[in-house]
Design a protein around this ligand. Sequence first.
Ligand SMILES: NC(=O)c1ccc[n+]([C@@H]2O[C@H](COP(=O)([O-])OP(=O)(O)OC[C@H]3O[C@@H](n4cnc5c(N)ncnc54)[C@H](OP(=O)(O)O)[C@@H]3O)[C@@H](O)[C@H]2O)c1
Length: 277
Amino acid sequence: MKTFVTGATGLLGPYVIEAFNDTDVVTTARRGGDVQCDLTDLDATRQAIEELQPDAVIHLAALTDVDQCERDPGAAKRINVDTAANLAATMPVEAQLVYISTDQVYPGLGGPYRESDTAPVNVYGQSKLDGEQAALRHPNSVCLRTNLFGASRTDGRGSLSDFMAGMLREEKPVTFFEDIFFSPLHMRTLSGFIRKIVRNQLSGVFNLGCRGGASKSDFGFMVAEHLGLPTRTVTVGVSTQMPDRAPRPSDMRFDVSRIEAVLGTEMPTLEEEVRKL
Ligand SMILES: NC(=O)c1ccc[n+]([C@@H]2O[C@H](COP(=O)([O-])OP(=O)(O)OC[C@H]3O[C@@H](n4cnc5c(N)ncnc54)[C@H](OP(=O)(O)O)[C@@H]3O)[C@@H](O)[C@H]2O)c1
C-alpha cells in the first residue's frame, strides 16, 4: 500500500508518517518532503498523483493560522479548499482521500457538537468546511474533524501543550483561558485512529476527539500536574482579553458517538490523553 502524506512538514505530519510506517509512505510539502508540490496548482497535483499512484492520501496541508486566514481569505480558500478540490479531481476513484478538518467548523456556543451542527464563526473554520465539501466530491473520501496536542517533532512549530509547558518551565507569565472548551487528542492517538480509519475504509464526516473535553485552563493545569511543572506564573483569564484576533468559537467540544459506533470502540478521555505527554 502506498500512502501520500501532504503537509508532512507540519506539526502533525511526523506522527502520521509514523502511524503509516507499515505502508510505503511518500511525503510532500511546498518546501520539503520527498516530493515538493504546491497543491493549489492543479497540473502539479495531477502530475504528482499520476507519478505516485497512491492508495491513500492523508491531506494535512493547510493554512492553519486562524488570524492569517481572517486577513487573507483568498489564501485560506486556495490552501484549505482548492488543494482538496485538486486532489479529489486527480486521484483515482479507488484511492482513499482523508481530509483532516477542525473543530472550528462549529459555532462554539455550547458543545458537545454533532457532525451536522456546523456554523463557522471565522474564515479558517469556513474554509475548512468548504474544504471538506471539496474532498467529499471524491467518491472514496473521509473528513475527520479534530483538535490535537503533544510534543512537536517539527522545528519551529509548537503545539498548545508545548507552549503551555514551555511557559511554565521557564516560569514566565501565562494566561490559561477558562472560556474556551475543546476535545483534543494526543497526536499519537489521533494518527493511530487515522490509520485505523483508512484500514476500515470509512467514508463520510466524523468528529475525532477525546470523550468529554475540558476548558483550555483545566487542560493547562492537567499538563502542569502530569509534567510536574510549577503553576505560580499562571493567570486564569478569558480569551476576549486578547485584542485584534479573529473571532473564535468558545466551546468546540465534540460528540464522538458516531466514530465510537462505527469503530466499535470508546474514545479515550482527556486525562488519558494528557498522560501520554
Ligand atoms: N495544529 C492544530 O492545532 C490543528 C487543530 C485542528 C486541526 N488541524 C488540522 O490538522 C492538519 C495538520 O495541521 P498542522 O498543524 O500539522 O499544519 P501546519 O503545521 O500548519 O503545517 C501545514 C503544512 O501544509 C503545507 N502546505 C501549506 N500550503 C501548502 C500548499 N499550497 N501545497 C502543499 N503543501 C502546503 C506546509 O508546508 P509548506 O509551507 O512547505 O508547503 C506544512 O507542511 C491541518 O489540516 C489542520 O487544519 C490542526
